[in-house]
Design a protein around this ligand. Structure first.
Ligand code: F6R
Length: 243
């Protein structure tokens, strides 16, 4: 893992954008794995900015989102379909047909996992996977204890994850209990991984990522083994460890 520490969230987002923009420039047909949540919003804002200035184009780019809640329709403001449209896709020149997100409303969820995995594999996997970090070490929605060999699957969300995400809902009871997530095996096959970490609430998880052992009880720890993983972290996170 290569660690790049930035002064603040904005700088971290700009660095992430620089890396992605360069790669998109080199490979306009790039396949990107994308995350939702608070952390990548600065990156998406910056990419939108460059797209509007015509410095990068998404016309040939394909995207695969990591996860989606089970039971929320694409029109629900807390669904990840909605999040991606609002925060990224509707502002850039991407072809909607090239954007992929698991369908948490599928009648047969197991079948949906197989279908989604096949779409990723048929495309040849991800060139770059953007990740955020859960306070409990999850990546995607791969909660602690998930096997490193998992592909796209259904997961029961931990109480701590539902509590952390309750900020987007009226109350915790509204946070879905299950989600579909791309598995760790698929994440590890991405040619490059960019892990974004910001804020003091991630300090403990960051410390464990960097200094702890590789264990399924802390899913992000597997990234220590990835050949091309860049960790972009801001000083709000690292400050908590060094002080
Ligand atoms: C979201 C995802 C999650 C988040 C993680 C951090 O698609 O896969 O792993 O990246 O929960 O979320 P934030 O950025 O909101 O702290």
């Amino acid at each position: 893992m290569k660690i790049i520490e930035s002064k603040n969230y904005l700088k971290m987002s700009h660095t992430a954008c620089q890396i992605l923009a360069e790669q998109i420039g080199q490979n306009p047909k790039i396949k990107l794995g994308l995350a939702t949540g608070s952390t990548p919003i600065g990156l998406y804002n910056r990419l939108i900015h460059l797209n509007k200035k015509k410095e990068i184009s998404f016309q040939k780019v394909t995207t695969f989102n990591l996860d989606e809640y089970v039971g929320l329709p694409a029109t629900h403001p807390n669904s990840y379909h909605y999040f991606m449209r609002e925060n990224f896709f509707q502002h850039i020149d991407i072809n909607e047909a090239n954007t992929h997100i698991p369908n948490g409303m599928a009648y047969d969820l197991e079948k949906e996992c197989i279908r989604y995995q096949q779409v990723i594999e048929t495309a040849g996997g991800m060139d770059i996977q953007v990740l955020g970090l859960g306070e409990n070490g999850h990546i995607g929605f791969n909660e602690p204890g998930t096997s490193f060999s998992e592909e796209t699957h259904i997961i029961s969300l931990e109480k701590s994850t539902r509590e952390a995400n309750a900020r987007f809902f009226d109350n915790i009871d509204q946070v879905p209990k299950k989600a579909i997530t791309v598995g760790i095996n698929t994440i590890m096959q991405s040619k490059q991984v960019i892990l974004l970490i910001s804020g003091e609430t991630k300090a403990e998880a960051y410390n464990r990522l960097v200094n702890g052992g590789i264990t399924e009880t802390f899913p992000a720890s597997i990234l220590q083994k990835h050949k091309n993983c860049i960790v972009l972290v801001d000083q709000e996170t690292t400050f908590q460890i060094t002080n």
